[in-house]
Design a protein around this ligand. Structure first.
Ligand SMILES: [Zn+2]
Length: 296
């Protein structure tokens, strides 16, 4: 385990414990969440080091063959349909900012978004991932060569118009170093598209320690709009738009219902997800947030 003694966003050393959350998917271990008294950044602390985190990904949710089960039940079909629709929505948003150029999907996982981007053919797209299992899966499933994250620093600077990170940044141990890599690789007029769970959402407050968006200890950070803005500003970026990830609200809520041990999780999750989205409209505190980020 490693212990953060200063806030990764603002450097402040005074924190307030929020509560402890259970690792519901891999080990059942408890992890504490701390909030920075200064900038409200919420993080998992202590946390497994990058050498220790591997075992926490040994669950169906994160193992790369999860996608192979698709096609049997109604739920899997629904999941596939939602995923495909969501990929099209993401691409439509990106196209409203860029009509071509180089795109990097950083943390491409099983490669579904990468596949969508490549087939869409508007951008020259590449994928990067930290997991050899994921890299091998994408090669086998789609035939694409995905680079390992260790190669990020050898890529040419200012060479990407678009860098996407879909539910990735909350998993990155070297957060500030990652932001510096983004700064180096993004073109002057480039755009980052970063999606993260929002710990200030209605569903986060409703489910508390059972909220699936905490997903400890894999999620090292639990952003809200304020702490995310602060992290971007620190690295010379600014948030220019904040969008909902509308399907995350019911999905996260259903999984949270399961963590609570409740029956009818599908139905209750669908209701909570809808309530969360309705509550989010005025302040944009959706269950998950998709930030559009530019150089300052
Ligand atoms: Zn702070």
């Amino acid at each position: 385990m490693e212990n953060l003694t200063s806030c990764l966003v603002c450097g402040n050393t005074l924190f307030t414990p929020l509560f402890s959350c259970k690792d519901f998917v891999a080990t059942g271990e408890l992890f504490q969440l701390l909030r920075c008294n200064e900038c409200s950044f919420l993080f998992t602390n202590p946390r497994p080091s990058s050498n220790e985190i591997g075992k926490y990904y040994q669950s169906e949710r994160y193992v790369s063959h999860a996608g192979d089960k698709a096609g049997f039940s109604f739920m899997y079909k629904l999941y596939d349909a939602v995923r495909d629709f969501s990929i099209k929505q993401k691409l439509a948003l990106i196209k409203s900012y860029h009509d071509g150029g180089n795109l990097m999907d950083l943390g491409c996982g099983l490669g579904y978004f990468l596949d969508g981007a490549i087939k869409d053919n508007t951008f020259k797209s590449i994928g990067i991932d930290i997991s050899d299992d994921a890299i091998n899966y994408v090669k086998k499933r789609f035939g694409y060569e995905v680079k390992n994250e260790s190669e990020l620093d050898s890529l040419t600077q200012n060479s990407f118009d678009i860098i996407t990170q879909w539910h990735v940044l909350e998993h990155v141990h070297l957060l500030n170093e990652r932001m510096q890599q983004l700064k180096r690789l993004l073109k002057e007029n480039g755009t980052l598209f970063i999606a993260v769970p929002n710990s200030n959402s209605w569903d986060a407050k409703y489910y508390k320690e059972f909220w699936d968006g905490y997903d400890v200890p894999r999620h090292l950070y639990h952003f809200n709009q304020k702490s995310f803005d602060a992290l971007m500003a620190k690295h010379g970026f600014k948030v220019v738009d904040t969008r909902p990830m509308i399907f995350d609200a019911p999905y996260i809520s259903m999984r949270s219902e399961v963590h609570k041990g409740n029956r009818l999780s599908f139905l209750k999750g669908a209701i909570s997800g809808t309530v969360s989205t309705i509550n989010a409209v005025s302040k944009k505190d959706y269950s998950s947030l998709l930030f559009v980020v530019k150089n300052r």
